[in-house]
Design a protein around this ligand. Structure first.
Ligand SMILES: NC(=O)c1ccc[n+]([C@@H]2O[C@H](COP(=O)([O-])OP(=O)(O)OC[C@H]3O[C@@H](n4cnc5c(N)ncnc54)[C@H](OP(=O)(O)O)[C@@H]3O)[C@@H](O)[C@H]2O)c1
Length: 303
């Protein structure tokens, strides 16, 4: 920590993604490109969000999640990361994801076929200005086999374009399928104290047993999903927040981190004050009584 007032990302502890060590409190880049979901609304203020990225790194964040398809009419998350942070600090780990794709006008394209994944990986390399991507998640949809797609990414890893592979939006069966092809260092699924898919508590546990990071997205947004954080917060969350003198968002982040030492947080924000709050949440420790109180919110929602 840099001072009694400033809590830095190391307060949350560290975890290893393959041979790369990251602080468990990271940053998600999806909220940098504009208001509302990343592909809608007013483009963000460039100076403000570049400031958020630089401040995140000053605060010790060394794990940033992004995607080439995070762009609005005038902003691209990857371009902002490159502009704000290159030359990149040696310890910075940038995780990106492939599978979904968007055309130049922002329209969603059909899911990438296995042979199209190289193009998506190269697009990320160009935008981020790197010769190798630290971590690439295969972002999946539905129950189909991931074998062909994951096999294609494993070949790109063997060719040196990618250092480590991960999965996103998958079930336990997908994880086992992938592990038979190449090592998986992280699983990134939607997961929050009041909104998570059936099976994801088990998957989180299995990841821990195998030394794989579990990386929740929408930990703050919950059911608000792309639209963002809910304006109304559950009484249980508010009560725990009041007791600790923190915000509801901080309680949500602390809850996810306390699900296991292998759980990494990647809260997304374009707001510098929210960034500082989120990093500070890495120092918040919820008591067993707090966790009991929040447990009642763990209703399961269908995928
Ligand atoms: N693999 C996937 O399919 C997938 C899908 C979605 C997201 N992701 C990744 O996961 C990351 C996290 O998801 P996310 O950004 O949607 O959701 P999130 O971190 O759960 O929540 C972001 C929302 O909460 C607000 N917020 C953030 N910090 C806050 C704070 N301290 N107090 C109050 N409000 C706060 C943000 O608005 P402000 O900007 O106003 O702070 C935004 O509306 C993304 O950035 C992205 O990198 C991955």
């Amino acid at each position: 920590m840099t001072s009694a007032q400033t809590i830095t990302a190391d307060a949350a502890g560290s975890w290893r993604l393959g041979d790369l060590t990251v602080h468990r409190m990271g940053f998600g880049a999806m909220r940098l490109t504009g208001s509302g979901a990343f592909d809608q609304g007013t483009p963000s203020d460039r100076g403000r969000v570049i400031g958020v990225l630089r401040r995140a790194v000053e605060l010790g964040v060394n794990h940033i999640d992004t995607a080439a398809f995070y762009f609005s009419s005038l902003r691209s998350a990857n371009e902002l990361i490159n502009r704000a942070l290159a030359p990149y600090p040696d310890d910075l780990v940038i995780t990106t994801k492939v599978g979904p794709g968007r055309g130049p006008s922002g329209e969603w394209l059909p899911w990438a076929a296995p042979e199209q994944l190289r193009g998506q990986v190269e697009e990320n390399l160009r935008q981020l200005g790197r010769d190798q991507l630290d971590v690439v998640n295969l972002r999946w949809r539905g129950a189909d086999s991931i074998a062909e797609h994951f096999g294609a990414l494993a070949e790109l890893r063997d060719a040196g374009l990618i250092r480590h592979l991960g999965l996103s939006n998958v079930g336990s069966g997908h994880l086992a399928e992938a592990q038979a092809i190449a090592p998986v260092v992280c699983v990134q699924n939607r997961y929050s104290l009041d909104s998570r898919r059936p099976g994801d508590d088990d998957l989180l546990r299995v990841c821990g047993e195998q030394g794989i990071a579990f990386v929740p997205f929408f930990a703050i947004a919950g059911e608000g999903r792309e639209e963002g954080a809910s304006r109304t917060e559950a009484d249980e969350v508010l009560a725990v927040a009041r007791a600790h003198g923190v915000t509801a968002a901080q309680v949500r982040l602390a809850w996810t981190l306390q699900r296991g030492p292998h759980v990494l947080a990647i809260p997304g924000t374009g707001n510098p004050d929210h960034l500082a709050d989120n990093v500070a949440a890495g120092a918040l420790r919820l008591s067993p009584q707090d966790l009991d109180r929040l447990e009642s919110l763990g209703r399961m929602v269908a995928a």
